[in-house]
Each structure stands twice: as structure tokens, then as C-alpha cells.
Ligand binder design. Structure first.
Ligand SMILES: Nc1ncnc2c1ncn2[C@@H]1O[C@H](COP(=O)(O)OP(=O)(O)O)[C@@H](O)[C@H]1O
Ligand SMILES: [Mg+2]
Length: 248
């Protein structure tokens, strides 16, 4: 079981942005994609979710053995894919609390959950959101950090099989980062798979990844373990740049 890309090429309009990506995310693991701004991280996340502007021109996406390359986003979501957006959108008219309630009810099936409102409120509080946030339209009028918290709360309550997080740490303070790390730990310890996308490895001070990929100009140019994170911490992405420019 895994989420995997095979030689994935992605274009926006007529420009190719990703040039043959091979990555894999597995249940019970944290895998990380790091890369400087503009390297194609968000494009990869959106292509994995099936965003129509990110056209797959070659290669495949395989989810638990099934080819999902041509499936629409809702079908991917039904199969357990969830994306924590880098820039979450506002959805007026759809209350955060309602969405969370529905997902809990769906999971429980016929079983009753009389204190569902209280449970949601206490989960929200743990992540730094109040009852008042739950009553608003999703992300409407939320600050950057609150939007991130609301997306992460959805991931935590929905408990999808594969969670892709696009820079969940940006715009969060130290406490927020610790909360994100705790949620990642909880997700992987319950057999979920987390694919964390980030250009700055602050979350990784609190949770160790199983594997790290480095994306540079639309290609995976290095992969490995914590040694790569430590090098990026020390030297930034300059060594990657030099290594790649040296090849030309
Ligand atoms: N919707 C889009 N329209 C035009 N160009 C885009 C679009 N999305 C991404 N790109 C381009 O693709 C490249 C990679 O962007 P992105 O995936 O956002 O990188 P990252 O998330 O690593 O910062 C950039 O050069 C960016 O300008
Ligand atoms: Mg991005």
C-alpha cells in the first residue's frame, strides 16, 4: 500500500513544471519533500490532488495499486487523499463545525455520539481555535495562522489515509509548530501516511522523517534521511544549486 508517482510530468498552461517525479508515501510513515521557493512543491501537491490547471502530460499516480492519474479530486478524496493547502481558501456558507460533524458521523456510522459538539470544541481548543471559529464559514476572516490550524484540525478529525501537508508550518509560531508535529506523530502512529512539503525544516525538530526528497527546478535531485535535513539546516539549498549547476 502506498501513494506513488511514476515519472510524473506536470504542465501549467504550456509550461512543464515537473519533469519526471518518482516519490512514494507509505502508511505509518512521515516522508518529506524539501526544496527552495519555486521548485515545484505546491504544483506537485496540487497535481496529486487532481487540480485541473496542473496537467499530467506523462507518467502516473498510483494509490494503493490503483491508477488515479485521471480521477477527479473528489474521487481521490474518497479514496483517502487529503491536502492541507499552503494557502487555504475561504468557503463562506459552509460552517467548519458542520463539516467536522459530518465526517465524525460518517466514521461512526449508526453509532450515536451525543457529545459530538463538545468533542469538536475540545479538539479545536487543543489546536488554538475557539467555538466562534467553528461557527464561521470555513476560513472566513481567519488569520493566516488560524487558516492553517483549521486545515490541520480537519486533517486530524477526518483522519484520511494519506495526508499531504503543503508548508503547514508557515505562518505559525513555535506553539503552532509543536501542535503540527504532534498531529503528524498521531497520524503516523495510527497508520496514516504523511507527506510533508516544506522549504524550511522547523517541524522536523520535533518529529523525525522516514525519508526525505529534495525537489529542485522540478526534479528530485537528492534523497535520504535526517542527514539531508541537517545539511539544509546548516547550509540552506546552496549546495544543491551548486551540485546541479556543476552538472551542466
Ligand atoms: N498556476 C500557475 N500558473 C503559472 N505558473 C505557475 C502556476 N503554478 C506554479 N507555477 C510556476 O511553477 C513553478 C513552481 O511553483 P510552485 O509549485 O508554487 O513552487 P513552490 O511551491 O516550490 O514554491 C514556479 O515557477 C511558478 O511560477
Ligand atoms: Mg509552495
Amino acid at each position: 500500500m502506498s501513494l506513488k508517482t511514476i515519472d510524473l510530468h506536470v504542465s501549467v498552461e504550456d509550461k512543464e513544471i515537473l519533469h519526471g517525479i518518482n516519490i512514494e508515501a507509505r502508511p505509518g510513515e512521515l516522508r518529506v519533500i524539501m526544496g527552495p521557493n519555486g521548485s515545484g512543491k505546491t504544483s506537485l501537491a496540487l497535481a496529486l490532488m487532481g487540480h485541473s490547471s496542473y496537467r499530467i502530460t506523462r507518467g502516473k499516480i498510483i494509490l494503493d495499486g490503483e491508477d488515479i492519474t485521471r480521477l477527479p479530486p473528489n474521487e481521490r478524496a474518497l479514496r483517502g487523499l487529503f491536502l492541507v493547502f499552503q494557502n487555504p481558501v475561504e468557503i463562506p456558507g459552509v460552517k467548519l463545525e458542520e463539516v467536522l460533524k459530518l465526517s465524525i458521523k460518517k466514521r461512526l456510522g449508526r453509532r450515536e455520539c451525543p457529545d459530538i459538539k463538545e468533542r469538536i470544541a475540545s479538539e479545536a481548543e487543543l489546536i488554538g481555535l475557539s467555538r466562534e471559529h467553528l461557527e464561521r464559514g470555513i476560513n472566513v476572516g481567519f488569520s493566516g495562522g488560524e487558516k492553517k490550524r483549521s486545515e490541520i484540525l480537519q486533517a486530524k478529525i477526518l483522519r484520511p489515509k494519506y495526508v499531504i501537508m503543503d508548508e503547514p508550518d508557515s505562518g505559525l509560531d513555535v506553539d503552532g509548530i509543536r501542535i503540527v508535529a504532534d498531529i503528524i506523530k498521531e497520524l503516523i502512529s495510527t497508520g496514516r501516511s504523511v507527506l510533508l512539503i516544506t522549504h524550511y525544516p522547523r517541524v522536523l525538530e520535533y518529529v523525525e522523517p522516514n525519508h526525505v526528497y529534495v525537489l529542485y527546478r522540478g526534479r528530485i535531485v537528492a534523497e535520504g534521511g535526517m542527514d539531508i535535513v541537517e545539511r539544509i539546516n546548516r547550509e540552506g539549498f546552496k549546495w544543491i544549486e551548486e551540485k546541479e549547476e556543476g552538472k551542466k
